[in-house]
Design a protein around this ligand. Structure first.
Ligand SMILES: [Zn+2]
Length: 150
């Protein structure tokens, strides 16, 4: 599993903070503030092979904590900001995977239309056109192609 860029983690945490402010949830706001502060201080992290997040402490030189589902080896009061960070990273990876699935669905939906265009125009390079950012006409084309195929 990859680690998103530091800035995108901070951006996502800031979004969650805004939600917490709207809910007047001071516990969550404090937790997110601690997370954002430590990200700015250079918090380092990686995934291990078992899906645990390994975090190098910013405040205690040399200390390394393993963060699992609802667990963390740090001495802080639980739930600690490391667990919040792990949940946030997993959520970001899930959103990323969902949008990749949506792109794949769109390409699959357009495939019958591309085949139909190939049949009419010969084997033109419509696939290459389809790799460009999907224009609305391609989305409409995909819907028409599905109706024709049904
Ligand atoms: Zn912790």
């Amino acid at each position: 599993m990859r680690i998103p860029s530091r800035q995108s983690i901070i951006d996502r945490a800031s979004d969650q903070r805004a939600d917490a402010v709207a809910r007047h949830d001071s516990t969550t706001i404090r937790g997110i503030d601690t997370l954002i502060k430590n990200l700015y201080l250079g918090l380092k992290m990686r995934w291990d092979a078992d899906g645990a997040l390994i975090v190098r402490s910013v405040s205690t030189p040399g200390a390394v904590y393993a963060v699992g589902t609802h667990t963390c080896s740090c001495p802080a009061h639980k739930p600690c900001y490391h667990q919040r960070l792990r949940d946030l990273l997993l959520e970001m990876l899930e959103v990323e995977a969902d949008s990749a699935d949506m792109d794949a669905d769109l390409v699959n939906q357009a495939a019958p239309l591309i085949d139909a265009l190939d049949a009419i125009h010969g084997d033109a390079d419509f696939e290459a056109d389809c790799d460009a950012p999907a224009a609305p006409v391609w989305r409409i084309g995909a819907v028409i192609a599905r109706r024709l195929a049904a």
